[in-house]
Write a protein that binds this ligand. Structure first.
Ligand code: GLP
Length: 265
């Protein structure tokens, strides 16, 4: 795992944009088509803003990109402003010129969420592999909506949110945790680990314990993001506050300072 510690969240956004654009370009050259794994939440917003800016001002193209979301709430009506499909269009894909028909998520409106989860896993398998997957991290170490206790080999499935996650996400639902759906469909940890390159971004002190557990703790279902230690190509980008509990912080900064240009992201 490459751990990139940077002073500000703006710098984190630029590095994440570099990593995503770089892997998309390499994969396009090799495979002819590219799948981008999309995360919602506030963590990737600066990176999405930077990618959209490059699209607008520098001709970075997403026209041939197929986008797949990590997760979706169960039970919100189609088109609900907080459904992740709506959120990602509003906050990134429209501004990046990604055709809405090429942006996919689990069907949280299905009367049979279990079947919708299996169907999404199959759609991902058919379209994949995901070239680069953007990830945030929850304060309890969740990625996607894989809460603590998630199998490290899990496929896309229905999960029940912790009360903590519902409280964390209440800010998007008028401040009322009870308005946050209790169930979700999320790519599993096994699904996420199939992507070619995982780019996790974390900012702010509230993420410091989760980042340290993910990168330096034991690989354990108690911290779902620790599954990233099993993947051969992970870039963990954190600002100083989110990285403040990493024991190896000085070493990671030293490695970054002496990084060879050829090493890329
Ligand atoms: C949410 C999402 C995750 C996200 C995480 C952190 O509930 N399902 O994909 O990474 O929690 O969110 P934020 O980036 O807003 O802190």
């Amino acid at each position: 795992m490459e751990i990139v510690l940077l002073p500000t969240s703006e710098e984190c956004g630029r590095v994440v944009a570099d990593a995503v654009a770089g892997t998309l370009a390499e994969t396009r050259e090799r495979n002819g088509h590219v799948v981008l794994g999309l995360a919602t939440g506030s963590s990737p917003l600066l990176a999405y803003g930077e990618l959209a800016r490059r699209h607008r001002e520098e001709g970075l193209s997403f026209a041939d990109v197929e986008g797949f979301l990590l997760d979706e709430y169960v039970g919100l009506p189609a088109g609900h402003s907080e459904s992740y499909l709506e959120v990602i269009r509003r906050e990134f894909t429209d501004a990046a010129g990604l055709d809405p028909a090429r942006v996919h998520g689990p069907d949280g409106t299905s009367p049979d969420p279990m079947a919708a989860a299996r169907d999404y896993e199959e759609r991902l398998q058919a379209a994949g592999p995901v070239a680069v997957q953007v990830l945030g991290i929850g304060a309890n170490g969740h990625i996607g909506f894989n809460e603590p206790g998630s199998s490290l080999a899990s496929p896309t499935r229905v999960k029940t949110l912790t009360e903590q996650t519902r409280r964390d996400n209440a800010r998007f639902f008028g401040g009322d945790p009870e308005a946050v759906p209790r169930h979700v469909i999320t790519q599993g940890l096994g699904t996420i680990l199939r992507a070619g390159h995982l780019v996790l971004v974390a900012t702010g002190e509230a993420k410091a314990a989760a980042v340290a557990a993910a990168a330096e703790g034991p690989v354990s279902a108690s911290c779902p993001a620790s599954a990233l230690q099993l993947h051969p190509h992970v870039t963990l980008v954190a600002d100083d506050a989110a990285g403040s509990r990493l024991e190896g912080a000085d070493h990671y900064r030293y490695v970054l300072e002496h990084k060879l240009a050829e090493q890329g992201w």
